[in-house]
Each structure stands twice: as C-alpha cells, then as structure tokens.
Design a protein around this ligand. Structure first.
Ligand code: ADP
Ligand code: MG
Ligand code: MG
Length: 876
C-alpha cells in the first residue's frame, strides 16, 4: 500500500501530532469532539520530508492526493474552489509538531482572482469586504510565497490614503480597494516579471511549497537548535475553509486562554475585535476588547464559547490557547493548543490541576519544561518598569536573570564599590581569572568580546550571576572610564540594567524583583525527587556556591575545581612562587605556603556540604594561566619575588604552548611535580580529618579525582603519591577515615581503555567538555568561529558543547561505562561537564546508567526535574 500523505480533519485525531503537526492534530480532535470547526485537510509532515528527499518538489502522486481531498472539501462545504458562482476560499496554515515561531505565516482568502472576487462580492452583498479580502490575499501571498515584503504594499496603501487625504484603512471604500488590487498586481508584475497567479490551484500548490520551504529558513533552523527540535521532523500544512470575522457588525475574531498565561490564575483571559480578520487582534491596528465584554455584545456566543473552553480544558487536561472567529453570529473554533505560559504560571497551573484532580503529580512533573525553571531562580525586572525601558544594545544571553547597577570598569573597583554597599555592573572588554573577586560581587557582568563559553560566561553561569557577553556594539573607553552604546554615553557610576536571559542592555535603572523558590516550586521539586533515580550533585569551588547548591537541592559536589582557589590575592603570590621555583626544595617551600590555605578552603566546603559527598579535582589548567602577562604586572612580580624581569619572561616563554588545551596540564603536572599532588592530598585529607573530628556524627569521605588521565600507568603513578600521603596522615590522626581515588574520563583513550583504568579508579566522572573537544578535535574556545556555518549548512543541528553528542561522544561514554563495570562492578559513575545541566543530556545519562549528574548550582533544580522526567520515560 502506498503511504497516505493527506488527511481530512475528520480522519485524524489529537494523538497524530507527529504526522499532522500540532495544529492539524488538534483541528482533527476538535472536529471529532463535534465542535464547530471550519473543515479542511492536512498535508502530513511526511509529505514535507518527501518534498526535501525529492529535491524540493511535490511528487505528482502527492499533488493528486491534495486535489482529491480538495474535491472532498468541496463536497463537505457545498462550494467549489475557483468557481465563479459559489467559490470556496481557504486558508493555508503551517503546523509543526511543536509550535515554532519562524515558520511560514498563514495565508488567508486563498482562491480569489479577478473573476471569483466579483461573485464573492455579490454573494456576500459586500463589495468592500470582497475587495478588502482580495487585496489582503495578494499582500500575504506575495509576502509569504514570493518574498515581496509586506511593507512595500503598505507603502502603496499609504500613498493612496495620502492622495485621498484620509488616515485610516477603513476610510477607503470599495472603489479604492479595487484600485488598490490593480496597483498591487501591477507592482507584483513589475517586481516578479510575471502576472500574479490567477489560477487557484497554482496558488494552492505554491503556498504548500512555501510552507515546506519555510521549515528550512534561518529563523526556523535557529529556533530548532535552541529547542532541540530535529530537522527531520518536517512541518505539516493545513488547508481550511475560510470563515470571515470581517463580514460586518455581527462578525468578529479573537484569541483566548482558559487560564491566565502570565500568572496562572484560573480565569478566562483573552481579547477580541468585532468586524476583523485573522491577526487583526494581535496586529495592534485597533485596540481589542477584553474577552469578558463579549458577554454583553453577544451573550449566546459568549455562553457557547465558555462552554467550549471548559470542554477543551477537561479534554486536554491542560490550559488551552484558542483562536476563534464569529461569522454572522456563528462561532467557529480555529485552533486550540496547550497554551504557552510563563514559568511562574506553569508552576501554578500544574499544582492547581493536581489539586483539581485533573492530572497526577507524575503528569505535573512531565508537563513542566525543566529549562523554564531557570527564570524562577533569578531576579527578574519589574514588569511595569520594563515596559517603559529602552534597549540601547544587546549581546549574547550568557547567564540568565536581570540585573541593575552602576557601571564600573575594573574588578578592583567592583569590590571597593560593593564594600560601600553599591550595586555594580562590571563592564569589561573581556574578563580573565584575576577578575573573579570583582565578578563575584557584581550584580551583572557585561563584556564586549567573547562568546557563550568565554571566561565571563562560564564563570557567571557558575555563580548564577547575570551576564551578557559579546556585546560588540559597545565602543569601550576603559581607561577614560566610559563607553558608548546605542548612541548613549555611559560613564563610570551611571546606572544601567541588563537581562542575561535575552541579552538586552538598558541605559537606565530598572528595578528588579527577587526570585522565590518556596511554595509551588518546592512542591514540584518534591514530586520530581519522588520519581528520579539519578542523583544530582553540583559543580562548586567555594563554600558560597556549595551552600547555594544545597538550598537548590544538591546532594553532593561532583566537581570542586581547585585552581580557582589560587587566583585570589592572598595566594596567587605563593602559586607564582611555586611555578617560578627552580628546585624541588624551593617548590616545596612555596607549596607549604599553599597547604594551609587550601586546607582551609576544603574545610569550608565540607562544612557547607554537611557531610554530603565531595569530589575534589586536582590541579588541571596549564601553569602559564597563573602568571601575569602585562609588562607592569611582570615588573611588580619581579620586585616582589626578587627575580629579574628577564627570568620571569623566560619562564613564561618556556611555558608557552602551541596548543595548551592538549599541553602540559591535568595529571601531567603531577607526573612531573608529584609534590603538587602530595600537597593537595594533604590539604584534602587533613581538612577531612579536622571536620570529622569537629562533627563526630559525620563521615566525610573525600573523593579525590585525577584529571586528564589517558593511560592507566599515569593514573597509577599519581595515585601512588596520593595513597602514600593520605594513608600516613590518617594513620597519624588517630581516627578512622575513608577516602576514594577516581578519575575524570575526558580523553578518548581513557574511555577506550576504561576496563584497565577501572582497576585503579574507584569512580569515573565524565568530563564532557574536554571529552567533546578531544573527540571532535576542535576546541570550544575556537569553535564559535565556524560552528554557525555548520548550523546554516545543516552539518550540525546543535552545539555539541551545550547538548551532548550522544552519537559519538555518547558512544565513548557508554563504552567506558560497560568496560569500567566489567572490571569493577560497583564503579561509581557521574558526569561533571557543562552538559550535566542539560535536560536531553541528563536523559541520556539516565539511560546509560550513571549514578549522578553534576551541574552548576543554578541548574540543580533543572537537573532534578529532568532526571525525574527521564526516569518516568525510561524506567530502569
Ligand atoms: P499562527 O500559527 O501564526 O497563529 P494561524 O494559522 O493560526 O497562524 O492563523 C493566523 C490567523 O489566521 C489566526 O488568527 C487564525 O485564527 C486565522 N485563520 C486561520 N485560518 C482561518 C480560516 N480558515 N478562517 C478564518 N481565519 C483563519
Ligand atoms: Mg494560530
Ligand atoms: Mg577537563
């Protein structure tokens, strides 16, 4: 049997979203429910896929199927397409599985031409209406199908109004509109070198093709990438008989939600306009009425509509977003779908639906988009203040939330101002590790350069601080203390506001409101915890981050990086001494200075985590990152340390690497300098001894993680130092204490030899950032330069650094899990790369049987919810 590509609304149903798209499936469902829906048919998503497979053409057999169904629609409606006496007009509407902005705009009134419009005018006894419909059709078709911008047609309309000396469209009469049609068609011919297509069948096929084409326009591709929608899904096309809300005073059109999409309040919310068509309500030409007014205007229709709302909500068991049209007093439903809503409303509605007995808590967990939780965890702008604010520029939405504060240009100033109680926005060309303290005290971080994985972006996300990076339009005068953006000059101390969720920057103060994670939020989290099997840990380097993560529900630390601890002012000096040491003795002296500091750091972290597991990663980055680069800083260091500038420069030169990412870093540092690993082990173990002694009921079991291992013998080498140091300290301590030693799996060779690695490693933690770079062979810091071309040319669909490449990198992970467990069945498995907070990656981690995911503190709730969804979807 050959595939069926076209379905009448009466042949489909609500469960056929994959085939009919969301809009088509719901139109079919409403038809089956006996609701008043203008009839039509849906060309399936498979037809769209075929269109691309066939080299962007509609196969003749599919074309035939479309016209067979058009004939059936003629039968149902009693009208004829293209007929001069009783014409059928249709709308052509796109509809993917998930509603997608960026897809083709709808074309209304298709089927009109010079002859049809004459009889249409007679039939409706309304010439003005007929020609208004016709000119709208020409405009929409030209814009959407032929790429002649709507604005050019608007210009023609403006010229006509000016010539006539009127202001409103409604001041133009039937004759004017007739003349407008002539002008539109002439303009079309002039631009396209051909007549406007008069044959309705040609109009229909061209419109269907345009919908298919729009699946691959840049806006749609971008949206898919941001929302994990595969390109292979395709879009469906709905062809539906027109109903007219613009036929006069007993006609109208509107949109409504069964509950308030901003607050979740259980009350009908919507707007309508009498004597209007299609998008007029949202276009803002006239001010629409509140839906409640319809009760006075048309009581029967209002009653029928509210009944339908209840029927639909009960049926879908979710808040509905609906479109309707009233034609001469008769109500038609044109669309329903589960309404989009703010995260705040989503929570309220989910909890209300559970309380109303409409859905189970499991369904509530499944209904909530994990990523949307983010908005609830950060400050937001006061909505009314935002309305009057002016965007002066925008950059990348690098770390979410809203921030407002006074501009400072240097990290040190940020600290100083913040100590005085000022709220500051740190604005820099780009940030570097030395800026940490300043970033930490800032409300927001704004950078001119750098992408989504720049230093500023990564660190800000970790801290949960709002960040807009790569705002290239800023004309920066750091030294002079001002910058220019969007024509506005902002001096040090001036207030600006920024939104890390949208990337917008405002040249003024906008008040913010704090996040709240009580009530419905914690209810949702409790439900999630009930269903998930994956544990959720956090990546945290400081007690502050650790505490924040515990508030968000973290069950441990999956990655505590130790290098950040060395950048602060009181220790960078000792770190530099260690690097500049010429002998082991000198190095040990420097390390001895670092030991108590690091021990204190770990004590703070164990205390903050209150006996929850903590994985500490040993020093990882290349050493040159700790040395200064600016002349004056080098000079200062030379003075402090009594080493010549030349000598320091020599060390810097000797540490220079062509490819630092694959250079002298990770466990390689500890193979050359075992004393570094010994010092870090002492700090980790002594801190645990102290904290265990202070809390006799606690059992802190440090997990020591060796980074960048690719070979079992290098792990063994470093582990020997760790074990010798740790065992001696524990033996001396007089208490019983355990610790474990494991490794990151972030080099492909480690994954390939995981069975051997697991003989020494007691746990694996997938360092998916490095594993991705090393598997793909490009660095994430450089990939920004070319990845965009990969998306536009459809080589990649998503950013492998944001969403795990389950095909390649995932295969290595799966292999490592299986090999590792083959030699150590109780091997503990986790992931600690940035992917650890990505819902689709979390689902994958659940499937391959990891024990936990670890992510930045602000992603912990997202991970809890995503883990619950994965467990419900794929029970283990
Ligand atoms: P979108 O997905 O952008 O909402 P739609 O296809 O839903 O696009 O339609 C755009 C507008 O046109 C909506 O207001 C819709 O109600 C209206 N519309 C679509 N089809 C018809 C029709 N057959 N009769 C009357 N109005 C229609
Ligand atoms: Mg719609
Ligand atoms: Mg790494």
């Amino acid at each position: 049997m050959s595939t069926k590509y076209v379905y009448l609304f009466s042949e489909g149903n609500g469960s056929m979203k994959e085939l009919l798209g969301g809009k088509g499936a719901n139109l079919a469902e409403m038809t089956n429910m006996g609701l008043p829906v203008p009839q039509g048919f849906t060309v399936s998503t498979e037809a769209c896929t075929r269109y691309y497979e066939d080299g962007k053409m509609i196969d003749p057999s599919i074309e035939a199927e479309i016209f067979e169904n058009l004939a059936k629609l003629e039968g149902i409606s009693g009208k004829k397409f293209g007929d001069a006496s009783n014409p059928l007009l249709v709308s052509v509407r796109s509809g993917a599985r998930a509603s997608m902005p960026g897809m083709m705009d709808t074309i209304l009134n298709l089927g009109l031409n010079d002859e049809v419009v004459v009889s249409f005018a007679k039939l409706t006894s309304n010439e003005r209406f007929a020609y208004d419909s016709y000119r709208r059709f020409i405009q929409m078709f030209s814009d959407v199908v032929m790429e002649l911008p709507k604005s050019n047609f608007e210009r023609i309309i403006d010229e006509m109004k000016e010539a006539k000396g009127v202001e409103l469209d409604t001041d133009l009469d039937a004759n004017d509109l007739k003349a407008m049609v002539t002008k539109f068609k002439a303009y079309y011919k002039q631009e396209k070198g051909a007549d406007f297509p008069a044959d309705p069948k040609t109009q229909l096929l061209e419109a269907v093709k345009a919908v298919f084409r729009s699946w691959d326009n840049p806006r749609a591709i971008y949206y898919r990438r941001m929302n994990d929608i595969p390109g292979s899904w395709g879009t469906a096309v709905n062809v539906q008989e027109m109903v007219f809300g613009n036929m006069g005073d007993t006609s109208g059109t509107g949109v409504a939600f069964t509950r308030n999409p901003a607050t979740g309040e259980k009350k009908l919310f919507g707007e309508y306009l009498m004597n209007a068509q299609g998008e007029d309500v949202v276009a803002g030409i006239r001010t629409p009425n509140d839906i409640s007014q319809l009760e006075g205007d048309m009581p029967e229709v209002y009653k029928q509509f509210t009944d339908i709302c209840k029927t639909l909500e009960d049926h879908y068991r979710d808040m509905q977003d609906m479109e309707f049209t009233i034609e001469n007093g008769k109500l038609y439903m044109l669309q329903t779908r589960n309404g989009k809503r703010t995260a705040f409303a989503a929570l309220k509605i989910a909890c209300d639906l559970v309380d109303e007995g409409m859905i189970t808590d499991k369904e509530a967990v499944m209904a909530m988009d994990p990523k949307s939780l983010d908005a609830l965890l950060h400050p937001q702008f006061d909505a009314s203040a935002l309305k009057n604010a002016k965007v002066i520029g925008s950059g990348l939405a690098a770390s979410p939330g809203a921030a407002c504060g006074r501009v400072v240009f240097h990290a040190a100033d940020a600290v100083e101002w913040a100590n005085r109680g000022e709220k500051v926005i740190l604005t820099r060309l780009e940030t570097s590790p030395e800026d940490i303290a300043g970033m930490d005290v800032s409300e927001g971080i704004l950078t001119v350069r750098g992408g989504m994985t720049s230093h500023a972006a990564v660190v800000a996300r970790g801290m949960g601080t709002c960040c807009v990076s790569g705002c290239g339009a800023i004309e920066m005068h750091e030294k002079e203390g001002y910058f220019v953006l969007g024509g506005q000059t902002i001096k040090e101390g001036d207030y600006i506001s920024m939104n890390g969720t949208t990337g917008n920057v405002y040249g003024q103060a906008i008040p913010t409101v704090e996040a709240s994670i009580g009530g419905e939020f914690s209810r949702m989290m409790e439900w999630a915890d009930k269903y998930r099997t994956l544990k959720v840990r956090t990546n945290a380097d400081t007690p502050r981050d650790a505490k924040q993560a515990v508030v968000f529900g973290a069950e441990g630390i999956g990655l505590c990086r130790t290098e950040h601890m060395f950048f602060e002012a009181d220790r960078i000096q000792a770190m530099r001494e260690m690097i500049l040491s010429k002998t082991e003795e000198q190095r040990k002296v420097a390390l001895d200075k670092l030991l108590p500091i690091q021990r204190g750091d770990f004590e703070g972290i164990y205390e903050a985590m209150e006996d929850k597991p903590v994985t500490i990663r040993f020093l990882d980055p290349p050493l040159h990152e700790f040395l200064p680069t600016a002349e004056e800083d080098i000079a200062a260091l030379s003075k402090e340390m009594n080493i010549s500038v030349e000598e320091i420069k020599n060390v810097i030169t000797s540490l220079h690497e062509f490819n630092p990412m694959m250079g002298f870093r990770g466990c390689r540092l500890a193979v050359k300098y075992p004393e570094i690993a010994a010092m870090q082990t002492s700090a980790v173990i002594q801190a645990a001894i102290n904290v265990n002694k202070a809390h006799p009921d606690w059992k802190v079991v440090p997990e020591i993680m060796i980074p960048l291992v690719g070979e079992i013998k290098e792990l063994k080498f470093v582990k020997d130092t760790v074990v010798a140091t740790a065992d001696a300290l524990i033996a001396d301590s007089g208490i019983q204490m355990k610790y474990t030693v494991g490794t990151m799996i972030e080099i492909p060779r480690a994954a390939l030899t995981a069975d051997a690695i697991a003989t020494e490693a007691e746990f694996f933690s997938f360092g998916s950032n490095d594993l991705t770079q090393m598997t793909f062979g490009f660095s994430r810091d450089d990939a920004g330069n070319f990845l965009d071309y990969y998306y536009t040319n459809k080589v990649y669909e998503s950013d492998p650094f944001a969403r795990l490449d389950t095909v390649g990198v995932g295969k290595l992970m799966k292999m490592a899990v299986e090999l590792g467990k083959s030699t150590r069945p109780d091997l503990k498995l986790g992931i600690c790369g940035e992917h650890g907070g990505d819902p689709s990656t979390i689902a994958f981690c659940h499937e391959i049987g990891l024990n936990y995911v670890s992510c930045s503190p602000f992603r912990v709730p997202i991970a809890r919810l995503a883990a619950a969804q994965a467990a419900i979807k794929y029970p283990r």
